[in-house]
Design a protein around this ligand. Structure first.
Ligand SMILES: Nc1nc2c(ncn2[C@@H]2O[C@H](COP(=O)(O)OP(=O)(O)OP(=O)(O)O)[C@@H](O)[C@H]2O)c(=O)[nH]1
Ligand SMILES: [Mg+2]
Length: 201
């Protein structure tokens, strides 16, 4: 059995814990505490990490890790990045400067992004359409990062699955380009999750 580690990162409230809970087949391991930071209105925040699992069609396992959101825990980003196959960056478009948030994660996870795969999901675009996806695409290009970018609502299981699928597909393409036989991860993932019902992950 092979195991693959995927990371989700993003600012506090971007939805890392929600996204992992949406697709994990085990009850996610959370390290939530009551939020005492008045700068964001949320009852709980993750201080360590989130962890969830998803078994692929062939029995291989995806291990899903959510990083702590706050930059003061950024020392953990490096630890968690080790051996990861890819990174999902979740952006909350309702924050004051979400493009600056993106820059923080592109910088903080540069090694992983360059060596592995990444996908950017921008949340809350319905209520906060600006900055638009064009601005994000320009920022990615300026940073020399090539990865899929899409709006996402992490409360929707299907949308979280799309993010993961994009990550696995990229990993597969890179493996093939590097002459390594692909593990058909995206296909395994698609078959494993096809029957998932919302809330039944
Ligand atoms: N209204 C609305 N709520 C959203 C949307 N996306 C996410 N949320 C909510 O935003 C909250 C996200 O919280 P978490 O999943 O705890 O965020 P997190 O990234 O784990 O945050 P930290 O652990 O503090 O770093 C949840 O209550 C979601 O339901 C959206 O598009 N619209
Ligand atoms: Mg969290």
């Amino acid at each position: 059995m092979n195991e693959y580690k995927l990371l989700l990162t993003g600012t506090t409230g971007a939805g890392k814990t929600t996204a992992i809970a949406a697709i994990s087949e085990i009850t996610p391991v959370r390290t939530e505490v009551k939020n005492n930071d008045a700068s964001f209105a949320k009852a709980t925040t993750t201080v360590g990490l989130d962890y969830g699992e998803l078994t692929l069609d062939n029995g291989d396992k995806l291990r899903l890790y959510g990083t702590p959101g706050q930059p003061r825990f950024s020392f953990m980003w490096r630890i968690l990045s080790q051996g990861a196959l890819g990174l999902v960056v979740l952006i909350d478009n309702s924050r004051p400067d979400p493009l600056a948030d993106l820059a923080v994660y592109l910088e903080g996870f540069r090694g992983l992004i360059d060596e592995a795969a990444c996908v950017i999901g921008v949340g809350r675009m319905e209520t906060h359409p600006q900055p638009g996806l064009d601005a994000y695409a320009e920022a990615l290009q300026a940073a020399g990062v090539l990865c899929p970018l899409l709006p996402v609502d992490v409360r929707e299981q299907r949308e979280v699955l799309v993010l993961m699928d994009l990550l696995l597909t990229q990993f597969e393409s890179k493996a093939v380009a590097d002459g390594i036989p692909g593990a058909d991860l995206a296909g395994q993932f698609g078959r494993a999750t096809a029957a998932l019902q919302p809330g039944q992950a």
